[in-house]
Design a protein around this ligand. Structure first.
Ligand SMILES: *[C@@H]1O[C@H](CO)[C@@H](O)[C@H](O)[C@H]1NC(C)=O
Ligand SMILES: *[C@@H]1O[C@H](CO)[C@@H](O)[C@H](O)[C@H]1NC(C)=O
Length: 352
């Protein structure tokens, strides 16, 4: 048996070649539909050109840049885009004025009107964000809010450019079960709290990323809940808030995946659950002087990012201010009072 596996007969080789030729069309994602190109969506947003020629679309909120005392960059989650900046849009104009706040959100690569980045890593996203800050003249230091899958980039900012940060809020940041300093019992406990369909999709993203496009588009068995927009796996507080806000909450929803699912949703999953070159648990406090602070907000009824993992991370990183909001889920930030708390707490410390 072993020898026949090692030295396959010519029949096995021929069958293998036929299977590979058959499946390459199924496994290979179609090329993304680039914005502004024939067959692609139109360009409607302002965009900056990045070092490697990619374009990054952005949207500004709050006070005009020149008037603002505090500048915030918002990093959106999976299956979202620059329009999802509720940390600016849910606040009253009076509060924005009082805080002196300007916010910029941007489409992460492959979403909305930003060009895809097939070579994306947590670090490349950090470079994109720094370039955005510099091209918009946000100054020496800026605040960052990273939500859910936006957590990849936000942990990356603390790792790679801490000197540019005035303060950081991580809101329900995605946890990578393969971070190397997570004890196996903690990561498997968290992993097992995920719906089965996501457990499988995350395994595929980690071990066989080339299979993920097919996995998330085939109809034989359930692919990831995010790729398939399955809301049934959410916790009750999340379902309640979504039904209260109604389907008109995101009129721009069609723009999110307009360039295709692979370089947006799937790339997020592949990067988010891949092998990282660093582990948030080995980060050091970037604000030794009290010259800023890092906050982590988490709902205790979040079914997409297990609260047990977040508690473990907060315990390992005592300089992270941990805020657990009871009775809320992954959409804790869609409640105005929570959003206000997050923004006010973040902007309470002045960097300079
Ligand atoms: C905060 O102050 C410490 C000590 O002076 C300094 O090393 C660090 O770079 C500062 N952090 C930021 C983010 O500016
Ligand atoms: C994991 O194992 C450690 C050491 O044996 C133990 O202290 C801890 O409670 C365990 N955690 C979980 C979530 O099982």
């Amino acid at each position: 048996m072993a020898s026949s596996l090692l030295r396959p007969s010519s029949l096995v080789i021929i069958v293998g070649i036929i299977l590979a030729l058959t499946f390459q069309f199924v496994l290979k994602p179609p090329p993304p539909k680039l914005c502004g190109f024939p067959g692609g969506p139109p360009i409607t947003a302002p965009r900056i050109k990045l070092r490697d020629g990619r374009n990054l679309a952005y949207k500004e909120h709050g006070l005009p840049r020149e008037k603002a005392r505090r500048k915030v960059i918002f990093v959106h989650g999976a299956d979202s885009c620059r329009h999802d900046a509720v940390f600016a849009t849910l606040l009253s104009p009076d509060l924005i004025e009082e805080l002196g706040m300007y916010m910029v959100s941007f489409d992460r690569p492959g979403y909305g009107e930003s060009d895809p980045d097939p070579n994306r890593t947590p670090k490349s996203l950090v470079c994109d964000i720094e370039e955005l800050a510099d091209q918009l003249n946000l100054g020496e230091k800026f605040y960052v809010i990273g939500y859910s899958m936006g957590g990849q980039a936000t942990w990356g900012l603390i790792k790679y450019i801490p000197h540019r940060l005035a303060g950081v809020a991580l809101v329900a940041p995605a946890v990578n079960y393969w971070w190397k300093n997570l004890p196996l019992n903690v990561s498997s406990q968290g992993f097992n709290l995920q719906p089965k369909r996501n457990q499988w999709a995350f395994r595929v993203a980690h071990y066989a990323p080339w299979l993920l496009y097919w996995w998330n588009t085939q109809k034989w068995f359930p692919g990831s809940s995010i790729a398939n927009r399955d809301m049934s796996i959410l916790s009750q507080p999340d379902k309640d808030i979504l039904s209260k806000l109604g389907p008109a909450r995101r009129p721009y929803v069609a723009e999110i995946r307009q360039q295709g699912i692979h370089e947006s949703i799937n790339r997020d999953t592949i990067v988010g659950f891949g092998s990282w070159e660093f582990d948030p648990m080995e980060l050091e406090n970037p604000f030794l002087n009290g010259n800023g602070s890092v906050h982590l907000w988490q709902g205790d009824e979040d079914k997409l990012v297990p609260v047990t993992m977040q508690r473990y991370i907060a315990e390992k990183l005592p300089w992270v201010h941990y805020h657990e909001v009871s009775g809320t889920g992954h959409f804790l930030h869609l409640t105005k009072s929570v959003t206000e708390d997050i923004v006010k707490t973040l902007l309470a410390t002045d960097a300079n």
